[in-house]
Design a binder for this molecule. Structure first.
Ligand code: GRF
Length: 189
């Protein structure tokens, strides 16, 4: 199954997916890594891994979010991908791209949804006094971080946790969860 990965930054979840796709028995191959940010460090990681990359800079589409997404959509179709993994893609999508890829677009979110949709999840989990936190892979729908949940992984929140320490504990689980959730998803296609 050819897939695309959309990133905006570091790309550590992308790296976990790259590593999974390198395994001979893994059901996906990465046809394209696409970023809205030409300076995303993850693009360099992807190139170093020999993958096709593309930057579609949102700043070239001032006030035209849909125009930006039409350019992305064209690239995804050109690459003939069957599914898309958002991996630290930091732009909220418009209904255009969501509808175009409904049921075929996955996202990873650093909380146990439906708790803590949106940003700053680790700070908010600590402030709320949660004893458990984690990450979720879900299908992308119109509501931000609201789509059907495919998989979750939990970690404990420890006494004295900082957002950074908690984020690192969750990230380790993200890197395990995303490749597994994608494989399960593709197996049921
Ligand atoms: C991850 O925590 C992901 O869940 C969130 O943004 C972060 C991206 O990290 N949406 P990376 O770019 O995959 O390293």
């Amino acid at each position: 199954h050819p897939i695309a990965i959309l990133i905006s930054g570091r790309g550590s979840n992308m790296r976990a997916l790259i590593e999974a796709c390198a395994r001979p028995d893994y059901p996906a191959r990465i046809a394209l890594v696409l970023s809205n940010n030409p300076d995303a460090p993850g693009l360099e990681t992807a190139r170093a891994a020999g993958l096709a990359t593309l930057a579609v800079d949102h700043r070239d589409f001032k006030r035209d979010r849909e125009g930006h997404e039409r350019a992305i959509d064209a690239a995804l179709r050109e690459a003939e991908v069957e599914a898309i993994c958002l991996a630290g893609y930091m732009r909220v999508l418009t209904p255009f791209l969501v509808k175009a890829w409904q049921g075929r677009m996955l996202n990873i979110h650093p909380s146990l949804l439906p708790k803590f949709a949106g940003l700053h999840t680790h700070e908010r989990a600590i402030e709320a006094g949660e004893t458990e936190h984690g990450c979720t892979v879900h299908l992308v729908t119109d509501g931000v971080d609201e789509g059907p949940i495919l998989a979750q992984a939990a970690v404990p929140v420890l006494a004295g946790d900082t957002p950074e320490a908690l984020a690192a504990r969750v990230l380790e689980q993200e890197h395990r969860l995303y490749p597994q959730a994608l494989a399960d998803f593709l197996a049921h296609q």
